[in-house]
Write a protein that binds this ligand. Structure first.
Ligand code: AMP
Length: 123
């Protein structure tokens, strides 16, 4: 999928739409999710134009990839949630239910988060 420069996170990166910024460096921006699913719900995005994890893992530089991973750990520590813990999730594509086509990692914390995915209903 080609990168859509009109996606909402591209607009946030250009400063056309505000965000509640949590962290920024040369390669990464992190901000609060507008519809939080946990007491802490931060979105961590690369500044580069990557649609998804598929795109990022194939095309991004080692520096960009390292920066995103470092930022995730740093933000969790800054939030004070390294203990008792947190969840990082990235939805990819339609089966992953990705809504915004700019790679983003959700960082959820602040309460017990339960099972990773709901098990399938028994017939
Ligand atoms: P996903 O389903 O993984 O693509 O998640 C997209 C996330 O972006 C959702 O959790 C939304 O609440 C969040 N979101 C959408 N628009 C904004 C915005 N303007 N600022 C912050 N978060 C947003």
């Amino acid at each position: 999928m080609a990168y859509d420069r009109d996606n909402i996170f591209a607009k946030i990166l250009r400063g056309e739409i505000p965000c509640a910024k949590v962290f920024e460096d040369d390669h990464v921006l992190a901000f609060e999710d507008i519809n939080p699913q946990a007491p802490h719900h931060v979105l961590v995005i690369p500044k580069g134009e990557y649609v998804s994890m598929d795109d990022f893992s194939a095309q991004a530089s080692d520096a960009e990839i390292a920066a995103v991973i470092r930022a995730l750990g740093h933000i969790a520590r800054e939030l004070g949630v390294a203990e008792p813990g947190y969840r990082i999730l990235s939805n990819c594509g339609s089966d992953g239910h990705q809504e915004v086509p700019h790679l983003h990692f959700h960082l959820f914390a602040g309460r017990p988060l339960g099972r990773m995915i709901k098990p399938p209903e028994k017939a």
